[in-house]
Design a protein around this ligand. Sequence first.
Ligand code: SF4
Length: 448
Amino acid sequence: MSTVTDTPSTDAKIAKKHVTEAGNYFVANYPPFSFWQKEQVFAVEKLLDSPAPHDIPLGVYMHIPFCRKRCHFCYFRVYTDKNASEIRAYIHAATTEFERYAKRPYLAGRKPKFVYFGGGTPSYLSVPQLQELTNRMKELMPWDEAEEVAFEAEPGTLNEKKLEALREIGVTRLSLGVEHFDDHILESNGRAHRSGEVARAYNFARGLGFEHINIDLIAGMMNDTTELWRAAVAKAITMQPDCVTIYQMEVPYNTGIYKQMQTEGKETAPVADWETKREWVSYAFDEFEKVGYTVTSAYTVVKDPNKIKFVYRDALWDGADLLPIGVASFGHLGGIHLQNQADIVPYIETIERGESAIFRAYATSPDERFVREFILKMKLGSVKPSYYKNKFGEDVMTRFASQLGWMRDEGFASLGNDEIKLTREGLLQIDRLLHEFFMPHHRSARYT
Ligand code: SF4
């Protein structure tokens, strides 16, 4: 085990208040995607031929890359122009990919603990398309032991019939991409839905008894103001969702907003500065806490944390296997990160040729798995050093003495008896701070 301690970088020490520039803020995984390589794909193939483990939970991620419209802030690979036969071809390719995986020794006979439909917009699919897809998935790998089936939905694509079908399919966690309730903000940021569709979809879903409804909000969309944000928070509170996820607007390089910035020769994105976004999220956390919600991570408030869990996130951060299916999907198997072909046509052609769609991979070392689990769980707001000592044999207080001491001195964290606890200020900018815990050779990489 390494005992290297590193001094916090100048970048982290400055920038208390700064404008939003282009780039990635959100730390979704570790090591960063830019280190994943085609040359490491062989490691996944080797793993798939090895016996199935008995002690690693399995999840399945199914990527649906279609949307009604491309949001100006979107950085995902999405398609807004595909017709029914192209969508059918995609579903066929994805289920073929899944079928091949289900036969490999590492996966054969395993049942998922969780299933996640992400995108894109999974709810863009019609009811027959959803049934075809999920029936085949269940034939290949039954979900009868799954603790969670999570499904992302764009409100304007939902109607009562589709929601009923989702209930029948077994969806337990419905996540609505609301983002804001102000129609001008929704329109000017390129969202396809409007607030009326949110209300209708939410009420239908509530009436059908989904166990766990999450709504996503974004703090700092173009044209947002303190007044409009506060009204959005008030509206969200009246809906009483089980969980609310609040993102701070980032402007990655492959967004429409960044392209517009380039055209206009601007370096500052036309969205709120970081301090304002943090104030808005903090305001939302305070308002939800007043009505009984609990802040459970840097991005979430939950109505009843004893009842409402997010199995996908927690299992993944614990190091569970996640089988990625579909274009640009990424996952993690046996300690190896992997990602599929990023474009739909080559993805389908590769599957049709009988080849693997994996495009790049990264076999993590035990030390990288330790760092990964430490930084991801810091997003929960509190971690126990004894957990890492037991699981990885690593003393985080020694390993990260410099970074943690700096965070304490800056008021971002308190260091107690077997607890590292982030303050509200630390929690609200945790993704920025997490780079300090990266191994030195991973820090300089552009985080994409
Ligand atoms: S709905 Fe989501 S995935 Fe689709 S374009 Fe908008 S942000 Fe991107």
